[in-house]
Design a protein around this ligand. Sequence first.
Ligand code: CA
Length: 250
Amino acid sequence: MNAPSLAFNSRILIAEDEPGIADTLQYVLRSDGFSPVWCPTAQEAIAQFSREAPALAILDVGLPDLNGFELFKRLQALPGGAAVPMIFLTARSDEIDRVVGLELGADDYIAKPFSPRELVARVRTVLRRSARAVVSPSAAPPAPMASSAPQPFLLDGERRQIRYYGRALELSRYEYGLLCLFVQRPGRVYTRDELLEMVWDDPGDSFDRTVDAHIKTLRAKLKAIAPEVEPIRTLRGTGYALNEELPATP
Ligand code: CA
């Protein structure tokens, strides 16, 4: 067992029941300097993850004991789980699977059959993005928070947490990245391209609807706290902005 350290965590958890695919994954990841850990069942993945959180997890949607989406939720609920980026491996290039995965807050998905080189590139991209999502929003000055007007949003960059009307939001990495941007500059209109550019690290791999899917889940979480308030404005054909005039109480 590795001692906790600041060294690069190269551990990649793979939950995949097909040995052939698992072998390929392990091989390409290992040759790229990662330390893959293969788990053929969801139960084993949960046990491994609890023992030591990986840098990233690759989850097959079709596992024998638990489907990948359910496994994702269980892993997210483990201590430190929400901070680990996760990629779904889908058997079909099925739109439903993609949307469900992204709406759950997964970082990416890869459709089988995949090219090993592409897989490693995606893993690297997701790891880079998640490092940036941790660093950049907290590094920006929380200027609007210093204003004297009562603010429904409270940003705690160090804890990567945003409170909304006093309640802590449970946000995925991208929801957090998006909301961080909005909250720091209320009223500023961001185009989808800008959001992809600023919150995602490799916009070439993503699409406008990726932004829309994350905005949708973010809105649902905000609505659950304040059903009457719509803090994120959609500007048709342009993009999104934080509403500058929000009520002081929900
Ligand atoms: Ca499978």
